[in-house]
Design a protein around this ligand. Structure first.
Ligand code: SF4
Length: 363
């Protein structure tokens, strides 16, 4: 967007460098604060380019201040959420949204229950990262965003072109300049888009939301499985591992008595047999405190006939610690590396599967 501006006013190339450096890498709050530019250019920038496509509405900080969740408003007044996770080892991960809500409708997921409210543009994705980058840069001991994960609201592979445009900006050394290896795209398994992204040269990592060890159960909790069955998904990830020799993480939310029993772990071992680069992230299910009417959800997600009562999200509970550890033991003993994710930000509902509009959170 700045190149167009530079061309329009026939400005010298160094002005582009100055603008991009300040916009992407300095803790500024408006174009007026760019100290390296003359006033007339700053005025024109302010008049012609929107400094941020998102407006901060609400900020929640976890008790230990390690996790911050932001509610943003777009120009159409729709809301999205973004999370910053500050790790002990100085990594700062931003979990970005790429959609308003999500059309996929996984039944354990707070975002899925919102339904779909539209795709975000590449700039809206970038503005989420910039918000936190500027915040970190303005701290007493300035830091930066070091990692970006597409694990917020929405399915990145259903908004592929905007996500790809945002990846170019995130990794461009003149802009955000993050290492490609520090980006994770999480997907529930849209196979054609997954292959396209790989063939287009995506060098980040993938996290596959698996959450069930067999087709029957996956269909019940993730409607996508009807479109892309689990065996085809595993074939696609094997293709990727063979091609790139890179690890894939499978995300597996542990829900009490739904997918967390010993036989489920055994099935998972059989499913991933032969994938030497598979890794499983076991995620303790995070209870969701907002409950929409299940009929509305079913209407939005169009999957009511696949949701018997016992699978309504009201009944979901987190697996016990013992069960999660036994599950992990079965996997590791079978040679599949498994980690149990430490849930961060649970007190601000910023943990996995909990992103929904804070404002709605009244029940
Ligand atoms: S788990 Fe991911 S794909 Fe499924 S509904 Fe939630 S945001 Fe969408």
């Amino acid at each position: 967007m700045f190149r167009k501006f530079i061309n329009k006013y026939n400005l010298p190339g160094f002005r582009l460098k100055q603008i991009e450096e300040a916009f992407y890498q300095k803790p500024i709050r408006s174009f007026e604060e760019i100290t390296t530019l003359p006033k007339d250019i700053k005025n024109k920038l302010s008049q012609e380019i929107t400094f941020s496509t998102l407006r901060e509405i609400k900020k929640l900080e976890s008790k230990n201040s390690k996790t911050i969740k932001l509610l943003f408003e777009r120009s159409d007044k729709k809301k999205i959420e973004t999370v910053l996770i500050r790790h002990k080892d100085k990594r700062n991960t931003v979990c970005v949204s790429c959609m308003v809500g999500c059309p996929v409708g996984c039944i354990f997921c707070a975002t899925g229950k919102m339904g779909f409210g539209g795709n975000l543009s590449a700039q809206e994705i970038i503005d989420q990262i910039l918000y936190f980058n500027r915040f970190l840069l303005s701290c007493k001991k300035p830091q930066k965003v070091t990692n970006v994960v597409f694990m917020g609201m929405g399915e990145p592979l259903l908004n592929l072109s905007e996500v790809q445009k945002s990846l170019d900006i995130i990794t461009d050394p003149a802009k955000l300049g993050l290492s490609k290896r520090r980006i994770i795209i999480s997907t529930c398994g849209y196979i054609p888009q997954f292959k396209k992204l790989v063939k287009d040269g995506f060098k980040g990592r993938f996290a596959i939301s698996l959450h069930a060890p067999n087709q029957k159960l996956r269909e019940k909790i993730m409607p996508i499985a009807r479109l892309f069955p689990i065996d085809k998904l595993i074939k696609a990830t094997t293709w990727y591992m063979d091609l790139r020799n890179k690890r894939i993480s499978y995300e597996y939310i542990m829900i009490h008595d739904v997918n967390d029993r010993g036989e489920h772990a055994q099935e998972l071992v059989a499913l991933l047999k032969g994938q030497r680069l598979a890794h499983i992230n076991l995620i303790p299910y995070n209870p969701i405190t907002i409950y929409h009417d299940i009929k509305t959800v079913n209407k939005q997600t169009n999957c009511s006939r696949f949701l018997p009562d016992k699978y309504s999200f009201r009944s979901f509970r987190r697996s016990s610690r013992n069960r999660i550890h036994s599950f992990a033991k079965i996997l590791t003993e079978a040679g599949i590396p498994a980690t149990i994710r430490v849930t961060m930000g649970e007190d601000v509902e910023a943990a996995c599967g909990q992103l929904t509009n804070i404002e709605n959170n009244t029940e």
